[in-house]
Design a binder for this molecule. Structure first.
Ligand code: ATP
Ligand code: MG
Length: 375
Protein backbone atom coordinates (compact mmCIF):
# COMPACT_ATOMS: atom_id res chain seq x y z
CA UNK A 1 0.00 0.00 0.00
CA UNK A 2 1.62 3.27 -1.18
CA UNK A 3 2.04 5.89 1.51
CA UNK A 4 -0.82 8.30 1.78
CA UNK A 5 -0.14 11.84 0.59
CA UNK A 6 -0.20 14.28 3.54
CA UNK A 7 -2.34 17.22 2.42
CA UNK A 8 -2.38 20.38 4.50
CA UNK A 9 -5.69 22.16 3.84
CA UNK A 10 -5.28 25.83 4.80
CA UNK A 11 -8.41 27.92 5.55
CA UNK A 12 -9.76 30.98 7.32
CA UNK A 13 -7.25 33.81 7.12
CA UNK A 14 -7.14 37.52 7.84
CA UNK A 15 -9.34 38.74 4.98
CA UNK A 16 -12.98 39.80 4.93
CA UNK A 17 -13.68 36.51 3.09
CA UNK A 18 -12.70 34.41 6.15
CA UNK A 19 -16.17 32.88 6.53
CA UNK A 20 -16.43 32.04 2.83
CA UNK A 21 -13.13 30.16 3.14
CA UNK A 22 -14.47 28.08 6.06
CA UNK A 23 -17.39 26.97 3.87
CA UNK A 24 -15.09 26.12 0.95
CA UNK A 25 -12.65 24.21 3.20
CA UNK A 26 -15.46 22.18 4.76
CA UNK A 27 -16.30 20.71 1.33
CA UNK A 28 -12.66 20.14 0.33
CA UNK A 29 -11.78 18.40 3.63
CA UNK A 30 -14.90 16.23 3.39
CA UNK A 31 -14.31 15.20 -0.24
CA UNK A 32 -10.61 14.30 -0.05
CA UNK A 33 -10.31 10.50 -0.46
CA UNK A 34 -9.03 9.13 2.86
CA UNK A 35 -7.61 6.05 1.09
CA UNK A 36 -5.20 8.35 -0.77
CA UNK A 37 -4.74 11.27 1.58
CA UNK A 38 -3.96 12.03 5.19
CA UNK A 39 -5.72 15.35 5.70
CA UNK A 40 -4.09 17.94 7.99
CA UNK A 41 -6.44 20.87 8.69
CA UNK A 42 -4.56 24.17 9.09
CA UNK A 43 -6.74 27.02 10.32
CA UNK A 44 -5.72 30.68 10.37
CA UNK A 45 -7.81 32.94 12.61
CA UNK A 46 -8.95 36.48 11.79
CA UNK A 47 -5.96 37.70 13.80
CA UNK A 48 -3.57 35.48 11.85
CA UNK A 49 -3.02 32.79 14.50
CA UNK A 50 -2.25 29.35 13.06
CA UNK A 51 -3.74 26.24 14.53
CA UNK A 52 -3.63 22.74 13.25
CA UNK A 53 -5.86 20.17 14.80
CA UNK A 54 -8.87 18.13 13.89
CA UNK A 55 -10.84 20.82 15.69
CA UNK A 56 -9.43 23.77 13.78
CA UNK A 57 -12.38 24.15 11.41
CA UNK A 58 -15.00 23.79 14.15
CA UNK A 59 -13.18 26.24 16.43
CA UNK A 60 -12.96 28.89 13.73
CA UNK A 61 -16.59 28.36 12.68
CA UNK A 62 -17.80 28.70 16.26
CA UNK A 63 -15.52 31.73 16.69
CA UNK A 64 -14.50 30.48 20.12
CA UNK A 65 -11.42 31.76 21.98
CA UNK A 66 -8.43 29.87 20.55
CA UNK A 67 -5.68 31.60 22.54
CA UNK A 68 -5.00 28.45 24.57
CA UNK A 69 -4.88 26.22 21.50
CA UNK A 70 -1.40 24.97 20.58
CA UNK A 71 0.01 26.93 17.61
CA UNK A 72 1.54 25.10 14.66
CA UNK A 73 3.15 27.15 11.93
CA UNK A 74 4.66 26.51 8.54
CA UNK A 75 8.22 27.78 8.68
CA UNK A 76 9.98 29.30 5.64
CA UNK A 77 12.75 26.68 5.97
CA UNK A 78 12.88 23.91 3.32
CA UNK A 79 14.49 21.51 5.82
CA UNK A 80 11.32 21.41 7.94
CA UNK A 81 8.85 20.30 5.23
CA UNK A 82 5.89 20.82 7.48
CA UNK A 83 4.30 22.42 10.48
CA UNK A 84 6.23 23.06 13.67
CA UNK A 85 4.64 23.70 17.06
CA UNK A 86 5.36 27.16 18.40
CA UNK A 87 6.52 26.36 21.88
CA UNK A 88 7.53 28.93 24.48
CA UNK A 89 11.07 27.59 24.30
CA UNK A 90 11.06 28.44 20.60
CA UNK A 91 12.54 25.00 19.81
CA UNK A 92 11.14 24.07 16.37
CA UNK A 93 10.55 20.35 15.81
CA UNK A 94 8.43 19.23 12.85
CA UNK A 95 5.12 18.08 14.29
CA UNK A 96 3.25 17.45 11.04
CA UNK A 97 5.17 16.66 7.89
CA UNK A 98 3.20 17.89 4.88
CA UNK A 99 3.67 16.66 1.30
CA UNK A 100 1.45 19.24 -0.38
CA UNK A 101 -0.60 22.25 0.73
CA UNK A 102 -4.11 23.07 -0.51
CA UNK A 103 -4.78 26.75 0.25
CA UNK A 104 -8.54 27.40 0.38
CA UNK A 105 -8.25 31.02 1.47
CA UNK A 106 -9.97 33.80 -0.45
CA UNK A 107 -8.86 37.44 -0.66
CA UNK A 108 -5.79 39.20 0.78
CA UNK A 109 -3.26 37.13 2.83
CA UNK A 110 -4.29 33.92 1.05
CA UNK A 111 -5.16 34.48 -2.61
CA UNK A 112 -2.76 37.37 -3.27
CA UNK A 113 0.66 35.68 -3.37
CA UNK A 114 1.61 36.28 0.27
CA UNK A 115 1.04 32.75 1.59
CA UNK A 116 2.25 31.36 -1.73
CA UNK A 117 5.56 33.11 -0.96
CA UNK A 118 5.72 31.23 2.34
CA UNK A 119 5.09 27.92 0.56
CA UNK A 120 7.90 28.74 -1.90
CA UNK A 121 10.32 29.53 0.94
CA UNK A 122 9.27 26.33 2.70
CA UNK A 123 9.72 24.54 -0.66
CA UNK A 124 6.43 22.66 -0.29
CA UNK A 125 4.22 21.92 -3.33
CA UNK A 126 0.92 23.80 -3.24
CA UNK A 127 -2.31 23.87 -5.20
CA UNK A 128 -3.03 26.83 -7.45
CA UNK A 129 -1.13 29.78 -8.80
CA UNK A 130 2.31 30.90 -7.71
CA UNK A 131 3.35 34.22 -6.18
CA UNK A 132 3.01 36.29 -9.36
CA UNK A 133 -0.13 34.63 -10.72
CA UNK A 134 -1.83 35.02 -7.34
CA UNK A 135 -0.77 38.65 -6.94
CA UNK A 136 -1.98 39.75 -10.38
CA UNK A 137 -5.01 37.49 -10.03
CA UNK A 138 -5.94 39.41 -6.88
CA UNK A 139 -5.28 42.99 -7.99
CA UNK A 140 -7.98 43.99 -10.46
CA UNK A 141 -6.09 47.10 -11.63
CA UNK A 142 -2.90 45.23 -12.60
CA UNK A 143 -4.93 42.24 -13.83
CA UNK A 144 -6.87 44.37 -16.28
CA UNK A 145 -3.69 46.01 -17.63
CA UNK A 146 -2.28 42.55 -18.43
CA UNK A 147 -5.58 41.43 -19.97
CA UNK A 148 -5.68 44.53 -22.18
CA UNK A 149 -2.12 43.78 -23.29
CA UNK A 150 -3.32 40.29 -24.26
CA UNK A 151 -6.14 41.87 -26.34
CA UNK A 152 -8.84 40.55 -24.04
CA UNK A 153 -11.85 42.91 -23.73
CA UNK A 154 -12.34 44.41 -20.24
CA UNK A 155 -14.61 47.19 -18.92
CA UNK A 156 -13.45 50.81 -19.34
CA UNK A 157 -12.20 52.13 -16.02
CA UNK A 158 -10.34 54.65 -13.97
CA UNK A 159 -8.26 53.98 -10.85
CA UNK A 160 -6.61 56.23 -8.28
CA UNK A 161 -5.16 56.09 -4.78
CA UNK A 162 -7.88 56.71 -2.14
CA UNK A 163 -5.86 59.51 -0.51
CA UNK A 164 -5.87 61.33 -3.86
CA UNK A 165 -9.69 61.28 -3.85
CA UNK A 166 -9.72 62.77 -0.36
CA UNK A 167 -7.53 65.64 -1.66
CA UNK A 168 -8.90 66.14 -5.18
CA UNK A 169 -12.50 64.95 -4.96
CA UNK A 170 -13.98 67.40 -7.51
CA UNK A 171 -11.37 66.67 -10.18
CA UNK A 172 -11.68 62.91 -9.80
CA UNK A 173 -15.49 62.95 -9.80
CA UNK A 174 -15.45 65.06 -12.98
CA UNK A 175 -13.11 62.65 -14.78
CA UNK A 176 -15.21 59.63 -13.72
CA UNK A 177 -18.44 61.28 -14.92
CA UNK A 178 -16.76 62.30 -18.21
CA UNK A 179 -15.11 58.96 -19.01
CA UNK A 180 -17.41 56.37 -17.39
CA UNK A 181 -20.85 58.02 -16.76
CA UNK A 182 -23.50 56.36 -14.59
CA UNK A 183 -24.16 53.68 -13.54
CA UNK A 184 -20.61 52.75 -12.64
CA UNK A 185 -19.10 50.13 -10.33
CA UNK A 186 -16.69 51.05 -7.55
CA UNK A 187 -14.33 48.32 -6.28
CA UNK A 188 -11.46 47.80 -3.85
CA UNK A 189 -9.06 46.14 -6.35
CA UNK A 190 -7.73 43.52 -3.90
CA UNK A 191 -10.87 41.84 -2.60
CA UNK A 192 -13.52 39.29 -3.52
CA UNK A 193 -17.05 38.08 -2.74
CA UNK A 194 -18.24 41.58 -3.77
CA UNK A 195 -16.99 42.92 -0.44
CA UNK A 196 -16.68 46.72 -0.66
CA UNK A 197 -18.23 46.84 -4.18
CA UNK A 198 -21.04 49.27 -5.00
CA UNK A 199 -23.07 50.25 -8.04
CA UNK A 200 -23.36 54.04 -8.22
CA UNK A 201 -26.24 55.69 -10.10
CA UNK A 202 -25.64 59.27 -8.89
CA UNK A 203 -22.79 61.52 -7.70
CA UNK A 204 -23.91 61.07 -4.07
CA UNK A 205 -23.83 57.29 -4.41
CA UNK A 206 -20.45 57.48 -6.13
CA UNK A 207 -18.90 59.49 -3.29
CA UNK A 208 -20.28 57.06 -0.68
CA UNK A 209 -19.11 54.09 -2.78
CA UNK A 210 -15.54 55.41 -3.01
CA UNK A 211 -15.38 55.95 0.76
CA UNK A 212 -16.69 52.40 1.31
CA UNK A 213 -14.11 50.86 -1.07
CA UNK A 214 -11.45 53.01 0.65
CA UNK A 215 -12.14 51.08 3.87
CA UNK A 216 -10.83 47.88 2.21
CA UNK A 217 -8.00 49.02 -0.05
CA UNK A 218 -5.53 51.87 -0.67
CA UNK A 219 -6.50 52.07 -4.34
CA UNK A 220 -9.94 52.56 -5.86
CA UNK A 221 -11.13 51.10 -9.19
CA UNK A 222 -14.16 52.58 -10.92
CA UNK A 223 -15.60 50.80 -13.95
CA UNK A 224 -18.27 51.67 -16.46
CA UNK A 225 -21.34 49.54 -15.75
CA UNK A 226 -21.92 47.00 -18.52
CA UNK A 227 -25.66 47.33 -19.17
CA UNK A 228 -28.04 44.34 -19.37
CA UNK A 229 -25.19 41.90 -18.90
CA UNK A 230 -25.50 38.15 -18.41
CA UNK A 231 -23.08 36.76 -15.79
CA UNK A 232 -21.16 33.93 -17.41
CA UNK A 233 -18.41 31.96 -15.65
CA UNK A 234 -15.86 29.46 -16.95
CA UNK A 235 -13.49 27.21 -15.00
CA UNK A 236 -9.89 26.58 -16.03
CA UNK A 237 -7.75 23.63 -14.90
CA UNK A 238 -4.10 22.80 -15.67
CA UNK A 239 -0.57 24.19 -15.70
CA UNK A 240 1.15 24.70 -19.08
CA UNK A 241 -1.71 23.10 -21.06
CA UNK A 242 -4.86 24.21 -19.25
CA UNK A 243 -8.40 23.13 -20.14
CA UNK A 244 -11.59 25.21 -20.04
CA UNK A 245 -14.90 23.87 -18.76
CA UNK A 246 -18.35 24.43 -20.20
CA UNK A 247 -19.49 27.95 -19.26
CA UNK A 248 -22.29 28.46 -16.71
CA UNK A 249 -24.62 31.39 -16.03
CA UNK A 250 -25.43 33.09 -12.75
CA UNK A 251 -28.80 34.82 -12.41
CA UNK A 252 -28.27 37.13 -9.43
CA UNK A 253 -31.16 37.77 -7.04
CA UNK A 254 -30.18 41.46 -6.69
CA UNK A 255 -29.46 44.37 -9.06
CA UNK A 256 -25.94 42.98 -9.20
CA UNK A 257 -24.24 39.88 -7.77
CA UNK A 258 -23.46 41.36 -4.35
CA UNK A 259 -22.48 39.56 -1.08
CA UNK A 260 -26.11 38.95 -0.11
CA UNK A 261 -26.99 37.50 -3.51
CA UNK A 262 -23.89 35.26 -3.28
CA UNK A 263 -24.07 33.93 0.26
CA UNK A 264 -27.07 35.23 2.22
CA UNK A 265 -30.47 35.29 0.55
CA UNK A 266 -30.06 31.97 -1.32
CA UNK A 267 -32.20 33.27 -4.19
CA UNK A 268 -29.61 33.55 -6.95
CA UNK A 269 -29.75 30.83 -9.59
CA UNK A 270 -27.15 29.02 -11.64
CA UNK A 271 -27.71 27.59 -15.11
CA UNK A 272 -25.15 24.98 -16.19
CA UNK A 273 -24.33 24.81 -19.00
CA UNK A 274 -25.21 28.36 -19.93
CA UNK A 275 -27.56 28.66 -22.89
CA UNK A 276 -25.21 30.35 -25.38
CA UNK A 277 -24.54 29.98 -29.10
CA UNK A 278 -21.66 27.55 -29.83
CA UNK A 279 -19.49 30.35 -31.21
CA UNK A 280 -19.90 32.36 -28.00
CA UNK A 281 -19.03 29.31 -25.86
CA UNK A 282 -15.86 28.87 -27.91
CA UNK A 283 -14.90 32.56 -27.50
CA UNK A 284 -15.52 32.41 -23.73
CA UNK A 285 -13.32 29.33 -23.42
CA UNK A 286 -10.59 30.91 -25.57
CA UNK A 287 -10.59 34.13 -23.56
CA UNK A 288 -10.48 32.08 -20.33
CA UNK A 289 -7.41 30.14 -21.44
CA UNK A 290 -5.68 33.26 -22.79
CA UNK A 291 -6.39 35.14 -19.54
CA UNK A 292 -5.08 32.19 -17.49
CA UNK A 293 -1.79 32.32 -19.40
CA UNK A 294 -1.55 36.13 -19.51
CA UNK A 295 -1.74 36.22 -15.69
CA UNK A 296 0.73 33.33 -15.20
CA UNK A 297 -1.94 31.28 -13.41
CA UNK A 298 -1.44 27.64 -12.48
CA UNK A 299 -3.67 24.81 -11.33
CA UNK A 300 -7.04 26.49 -11.30
CA UNK A 301 -8.96 29.70 -11.91
CA UNK A 302 -12.56 30.81 -12.44
CA UNK A 303 -12.97 33.42 -15.14
CA UNK A 304 -16.04 35.70 -14.94
CA UNK A 305 -17.59 37.42 -17.92
CA UNK A 306 -20.29 39.98 -18.59
CA UNK A 307 -22.03 39.09 -21.86
CA UNK A 308 -24.42 41.62 -23.30
CA UNK A 309 -27.74 40.12 -24.27
CA UNK A 310 -27.97 41.58 -27.74
CA UNK A 311 -25.08 40.94 -30.10
CA UNK A 312 -23.33 38.93 -27.46
CA UNK A 313 -20.60 41.50 -26.77
CA UNK A 314 -18.19 39.81 -24.35
CA UNK A 315 -16.36 41.61 -21.51
CA UNK A 316 -14.01 39.70 -19.21
CA UNK A 317 -14.89 40.94 -15.74
CA UNK A 318 -12.24 39.26 -13.62
CA UNK A 319 -10.21 36.14 -12.85
CA UNK A 320 -10.29 34.41 -9.44
CA UNK A 321 -7.30 32.18 -8.65
CA UNK A 322 -8.83 30.56 -5.56
CA UNK A 323 -12.53 30.44 -6.44
CA UNK A 324 -15.33 29.43 -4.07
CA UNK A 325 -14.99 25.67 -3.52
CA UNK A 326 -18.11 24.52 -1.74
CA UNK A 327 -19.70 21.59 -3.53
CA UNK A 328 -22.37 24.01 -4.84
CA UNK A 329 -19.85 26.61 -6.02
CA UNK A 330 -19.53 27.31 -9.74
CA UNK A 331 -15.89 26.22 -10.08
CA UNK A 332 -16.39 22.53 -9.17
CA UNK A 333 -19.93 22.44 -10.62
CA UNK A 334 -18.69 23.55 -14.03
CA UNK A 335 -16.16 20.71 -13.96
CA UNK A 336 -18.84 18.25 -12.92
CA UNK A 337 -20.85 19.38 -15.99
CA UNK A 338 -17.68 18.90 -18.05
CA UNK A 339 -17.27 15.31 -16.82
CA UNK A 340 -14.94 15.66 -13.80
CA UNK A 341 -16.35 14.83 -10.36
CA UNK A 342 -15.49 16.84 -7.23
CA UNK A 343 -13.12 14.19 -5.78
CA UNK A 344 -11.47 13.72 -9.21
CA UNK A 345 -11.02 17.49 -9.44
CA UNK A 346 -9.26 17.54 -6.07
CA UNK A 347 -6.99 14.67 -7.18
CA UNK A 348 -6.13 16.53 -10.38
CA UNK A 349 -5.34 19.77 -8.52
CA UNK A 350 -3.01 17.96 -6.13
CA UNK A 351 -1.27 16.18 -9.01
CA UNK A 352 -0.82 19.51 -10.82
CA UNK A 353 0.68 21.02 -7.65
CA UNK A 354 3.21 18.19 -7.38
CA UNK A 355 4.07 18.39 -11.10
CA UNK A 356 4.62 22.14 -10.95
CA UNK A 357 6.85 21.78 -7.90
CA UNK A 358 8.82 19.02 -9.62
CA UNK A 359 9.33 21.09 -12.78
CA UNK A 360 10.53 24.09 -10.73
CA UNK A 361 13.08 21.81 -9.02
CA UNK A 362 15.00 21.67 -12.31
CA UNK A 363 15.55 25.40 -12.32
CA UNK A 364 19.06 26.45 -11.32
CA UNK A 365 19.34 28.22 -7.96
CA UNK A 366 23.09 28.66 -7.99
CA UNK A 367 25.39 30.49 -10.36
CA UNK A 368 29.10 29.99 -10.78
CA UNK A 369 30.58 33.24 -12.09
CA UNK A 370 33.73 32.94 -14.14
CA UNK A 371 36.70 33.03 -11.77
CA UNK A 372 38.54 35.62 -13.89
CA UNK A 373 35.72 38.12 -13.21
CA UNK A 374 36.93 38.39 -9.64
CA UNK A 375 40.60 38.79 -10.39
N1 ATP B 1 -18.39 46.69 -14.89
C1 ATP B 1 -19.46 46.03 -14.43
N2 ATP B 1 -20.64 46.08 -15.07
C2 ATP B 1 -21.73 45.41 -14.63
N3 ATP B 1 -21.74 44.64 -13.50
C3 ATP B 1 -20.58 44.57 -12.81
C4 ATP B 1 -19.38 45.23 -13.23
N4 ATP B 1 -18.39 44.93 -12.34
C5 ATP B 1 -18.94 44.15 -11.40
N5 ATP B 1 -20.26 43.92 -11.65
C6 ATP B 1 -21.19 43.17 -10.80
O1 ATP B 1 -20.57 43.03 -9.51
C7 ATP B 1 -20.32 41.64 -9.22
C8 ATP B 1 -19.02 41.52 -8.44
O2 ATP B 1 -17.95 42.06 -9.18
P1 ATP B 1 -16.54 41.31 -9.25
O3 ATP B 1 -16.71 39.93 -9.77
O4 ATP B 1 -15.60 42.19 -9.95
O5 ATP B 1 -16.17 41.26 -7.70
P2 ATP B 1 -15.47 40.18 -6.77
O6 ATP B 1 -15.58 40.76 -5.41
O7 ATP B 1 -14.09 39.89 -7.25
O8 ATP B 1 -16.38 38.91 -6.89
P3 ATP B 1 -15.97 37.34 -6.77
O9 ATP B 1 -16.78 36.84 -5.62
O10 ATP B 1 -16.42 36.78 -8.10
O11 ATP B 1 -14.53 37.22 -6.56
C9 ATP B 1 -20.34 40.97 -10.58
O12 ATP B 1 -20.64 39.58 -10.45
C10 ATP B 1 -21.45 41.76 -11.29
O13 ATP B 1 -22.71 41.38 -10.80
MG1 MG C 1 -13.13 38.13 -7.57
Amino acid sequence: MANKIRVGVVFGGRSAEHEVSLASATSVIKALDRNKYEVIPIGISHEGRWLSSGEALRLLKEGVDIRNQPEHILVPDPRKQGLVPLQNSGAAVTSHAVDVVFPVIHGPYGEDGTIQGLFELADIPYVGSGVLGSAVGMDKVVQKQLLRQADIPVAPDLWFPYYEFVRHQKRILASIEKKLRYPCFVKPPNMGSSVGISKAHTREELIAAIHLAGEFDRTILVERGIPNAREIECSVLGNEEPMASVPGEIIPSNEFYDYDAKYVDGKSKAEIPAKLPKAVVKRIQDYSLRAFKALDCAGMARVDFLVQRKGTKITLNEVNTIPGFTSISMYPKLWQASGLSYPELLDKLITLAMERHESKKNLKTTYQPKAEWFK
